[in-house]
Design a protein around this ligand. Structure first.
Ligand SMILES: C[S@@+](CC[C@H](N)C(=O)[O-])C[C@H]1O[C@@H](n2cnc3c(N)ncnc32)[C@H](O)[C@@H]1O
Length: 237
């Protein structure tokens, strides 16, 4: 941020803002920081045309009204200001990995148990739709519709074994982790949806796959830059 730069940390979570405050304090930069508890879709506490840059990482995946968030980003940016963002793209990932894989592992042999877990957690999985209801092209379209004159997308795709899904072969870590903050841990899902005998069968199937790292995942990451073009500047020569 340089010696005179100013940063507004904006998030809906107060604990997240508290951590940012602690870090800024320890870095001696608190005087250059502001903290704003706000929805990405309502930045009304920030004036129009006031910021040089807006940057987000893995935030839009939690926002239902993404178009409104982009409109807010456009509004608060000065002419010539830019957005730089990173989002994982679950919808595109699903194009590369068969539905028989769950969290990277083949669950076809225990699909009856998976169905029970799915039925028990259907509502929570639906809540995740903010993550699965868009792809990288939608980001470009929404930014363009918000008014950004320049939009650049880079998509980073990796398809491979399950190593990248938490735990690195450590069953206990994998079993006690949640793939994202909107859903319970795998252990909670299994223990609340299955009988003790079914839990045993579930673990007997999945644990060796995790420990030997036999699986398949896709990771699709979108890096997007957008500029609120200053047309006056562009055409005035
Ligand atoms: C996966 S974390 C990413 C945190 C941070 N950007 C990073 O990259 O380490 C997602 C963040 O989005 C915030 N968030 C979720 N929904 C939001 C919303 N509607 N408006 C603003 N922030 C939101 C959460 O509070 C959380 O801090």
């Amino acid at each position: 941020m340089g010696a005179d730069g100013k940063v507004i940390f904006s998030d809906i979570s107060q604990p997240l803002l508290d951590v940012c405050t602690e870090i800024a304090t320890s870095l001696g930069t608190l005087g250059q920081c502001e903290f704003l508890r706000a929805e990405a879709t309502d930045l009304s506490q920030i004036p129009d045309d006031s910021l040089d840059a807006v940057t987000t990482r893995s935030v839009l995946i939690y926002v239902k009204e993404k178009q409104r968030a982009f409109q807010e980003f456009f509004r608060v940016l000065k002419k010539g200001g830019r957005v730089s963002m990173f989002e994982p793209i679950a919808k595109t990932e699903r194009e590369f990995v068969d539905r028989r894989y769950y969290l990277g592992y083949d669950v076809l042999p225990i699909k009856d148990l998976m169905q029970k877990i799915y039925d028990r957690y259907k509502n929570e999985k639906d809540a995740q739709s903010t993550m699965g209801d868009f792809d990288e092209r939608d980001l470009v379209k929404m930014l363009t519709q918000a008014g950004f004159g320049f939009v650049h997308l880079e998509l980073d795709v990796t398809v491979g074994n399950a190593g990248m899904i938490g735990g690195e072969g450590r069953w206990e870590v994998f079993y006690n982790s949640a793939p994202n903050p909107l859903v319970p841990t795998l252990r909670t899902e299994v223990e609340s949806a299955l009988s003790p005998a079914e839990q045993e069968r579930f673990i007997a199937h999945l644990k060796p796959l995790v420990e030997q790292n036999i699986g398949r995942t896709a990771q699709c990451l979108a890096y997007v830059t957008a500029v609120k073009e200053d047309w006056g500047k562009l055409y005035s020569g």
